[in-house]
Design a protein around this ligand. Structure first.
Ligand code: F6R
Length: 241
């Protein structure tokens, strides 16, 4: 595992952005695994700016997102579909047909999980997966206790995850109770993983990740089984390391 230390959030975003742009330049039809949340927002801003200034093209790039809330339509401002369009896709030349996100509004969610897992296989797997980490060590929406062998599945969100995400909703009651997420095994299939960690709030999780044992009680620890993980973390997140 490689650790890149950065001074702050902007520098973390820049480091991650430079790695991604280099990959796209050498493989223009890269399949990117993408995340939502606060952590990758700065990275997405960098990719947009870089695309506008240098013309790096995403015409052949494909993307798959980690997760989506269940019960929210794609046009719902709290859906991850909406987040990705606003924060990235609308500002790049990526084809909307090549951006994939689980459909949390599907009638048959079990079937949707199977479809999504097959889709990732059909795309030839993820070349580079971007991840954030939850304070409880979750990756995607894989909460503590999720088997490392899990594939795309429906999850019941942990209360602290719902609380953490309630900042985007009008009230906690509006935060969905369920979601679809790529499983831990699906994530580990990615050829390369970039884990971004920023801020003091994540310092304990990062400490546990770096120094703790590998256990299903701390989902991110599964990444230690992967051969090609780079952690990009800022000073505040690295407070205890
Ligand atoms: C988002 C995702 C989550 C977040 C994690 C951290 O698609 O999969 O695992 O990466 O909850 O969220 P932020 O970045 O908001 O702290």
């Amino acid at each position: 595992m490689k650790l890149i230390r950065t001074e702050n959030y902007e520098a973390m975003s820049l480091e991650a952005g430079k790695i991604i742009v280099d990959k796209i330049r050498s493989n223009p039809s890269l399949t990117l695994g993408l995340a939502t949340g606060s952590t990758p927002k700065g990275l997405y801003k960098y990719l947009i700016k870089e695309h506008q200034e240098n013309g790096t093209s995403y015409k052949q790039v494909k993307s798959v997102n980690l997760d989506e809330y269940s019960g929210l339509q794609a046009h719902d401002p709290n859906s991850y579909h909406y987040f990705m369009r606003q924060n990235l896709f609308n500002h790049l030349d990526i084809s909307e047909y090549e951006t994939h996100i689980p459909n949390g509004a599907a009638r048959d969610l079990e079937q949707e999980c199977i479809r999504y897992e097959q889709l990732i296989q059909e795309l030839g797997g993820v070349d580079l997966q971007i991840l954030g980490i939850g304070q409880n060590g979750h990756i995607g929406f894989n909460e503590p206790g999720t088997p490392f062998s899990s594939r795309t599945h429906i999850v019941t969100l942990a209360e602290n995850t719902r609380e953490a995400n309630s900042r985007f909703f009008n009230s906690l009651a509006e935060v969905p109770t369920h979601a679809i997420t790529m499983g831990i095994a699906s994530i580990l299939d990615s050829r390369e993983i970039l884990l971004l960690v920023s801020g003091e709030k994540k310092a304990e999780a990062l400490l546990k990740f770096m120094n703790g044992e590998i256990s299903e009680d701390f989902p991110a620890s599964a990444l230690k089984h992967h051969q090609n993980v780079t952690v990009i973390a800022d000073k505040d997140a690295l407070k205890y390391i």
